[in-house]
Design a protein around this ligand. Structure first.
Ligand code: NAG
Ligand code: NAG
Ligand code: NAG
Length: 299
């Protein structure tokens, strides 16, 4: 009887420890921001003074590659571990598992902030595009740009997100980031997608670099960087030249084994980014290319 009681107590203690270790599983960083730019070769991005400036504040990944062309399959890959057969920028409804399933099972908070997205309570906005404008201060292009594009917001294309009010409520306009920052309510996993002016899609890397500098300077203060915060600056794909090499920079706020001014020539791609998030938060994987991908190095 006493022995039986002890073994129940031991089991309960073990279960309690397991729960604590699951909740506290953040290995390298407490929060990650993934900020995604568009269609630029590695060489052009690193030659831009603003991308060079922010890359120098962290670790430069010098052998990182997009996984496909055009844009959309790269975004899908980042959260699904596969392009899921998507080979274009058209509207797709995808029924597969994705990063959100892993994060929510593990109790990790997330949000997708999208410039010029418009949200309604409890439903996802499934529009292919929203808003249009001539890019402010541009000199190169005078025609209107579509600001928000669904092809750059992979979350809305998954049916297990579309069908969930609470998940749809986590896909928000980018203006929500300042509100969440003021309320100290920024989640642990943040995807930030600039509009098609700011991401360089329609206007080039110089414009995107100016946006990057003002975004980084204004965003990463106060509540935005509580705990070990890592910002991943990346691109979806290159301009279409062979190898699909893109610039990715890991910018640390806080101490997490990322040496400022360092570089890493390991062969990485968007599956490595996904694997890094999974391994950091101990979520397990999706059984896709994330199984064999290597996470980033945190020596
Ligand atoms: C995707 O799902 C939405 C909502 O159910 C539907 O209106 C749309 O026609 C679907 N599109 C495709 C390409 O399946
Ligand atoms: C688009 O979104 C940006 C960033 O949230 C905002 O500054 C800008 O005013 C928006 N533009 C339009 C036309 O709504
Ligand atoms: C546009 O130019 C104005 C005036 O020079 C400046 O105040 C503003 O910050 C610029 N905006 C962008 C997005 O570059």
């Amino acid at each position: 009887m006493a022995r039986f009681g002890r073994s129940i107590a031991a089991t309960l203690l073990f279960a309690a420890l397991l729960m604590i270790s699951t909740a506290d599983a953040a290995l390298w960083f407490d929060r990650i921001y993934v900020v995604i730019f568009e269609n630029t070769d590695y060489s052009a991005a690193i030659a831009d003074p603003n991308f060079a400036k922010w890359t120098a504040k962290g670790k430069k990944l010098t052998n990182y590659h997009g996984v496909a062309h055009p844009s959309q399959p790269n975004y899908i890959a980042m959260i699904a571990g596969s392009t899921l057969g998507v080979t274009d920028d058209s509207v797709h409804n995808l029924s597969q598992q994705n990063l959100v399933d892993l994060l929510e099972t593990a109790g990790v908070s997330w949000k997708s902030y999208n410039e010029n997205y418009t949200a309604s309570p409890n439903v996802c906005n499934l529009a292919a595009t929203i808003g249009s404008a001539v890019c402010p201060n541009q000199t190169k292009k005078t025609t209107k740009t579509t600001l928000y594009a669904r092809k750059h917001n992979p979350f809305v294309s998954f049916t297990d997100i579309q069908g969930s009010a609470s998940r749809c409520n986590k896909i928000v306009p980018a203006t929500q980031l300042a509100v969440d920052k003021a309320n100290n309510a920024i989640p642990q996993v943040v995807f930030y997608v600039p509009n098609q002016c700011n991401d360089g899609h329609d206007i080039g890397v110089t414009y995107a670099g100016k946006f990057l500098d003002s975004f980084m300077t204004s965003t990463f203060t106060g509540n935005a960087i509580t705990g070990r915060t890592m910002v991943v600056i990346t691109f979806d794909e290159n301009s279409g030249t062979s190898g699909n090499q893109i610039l990715t920079a890991l910018v640390p706020f806080g101490t997490m084994g990322i040496t400022v001014g360092s570089s890493d020539n390991t062969n990485f791609n968007h599956y490595s980014l996904l694997k890094t998030i999974e391994q950091n938060f101990g979520t397990g994987n999706l059984g896709q290319n994330d199984v064999t991908a290597s996470p980033f190095n945190f020596p």
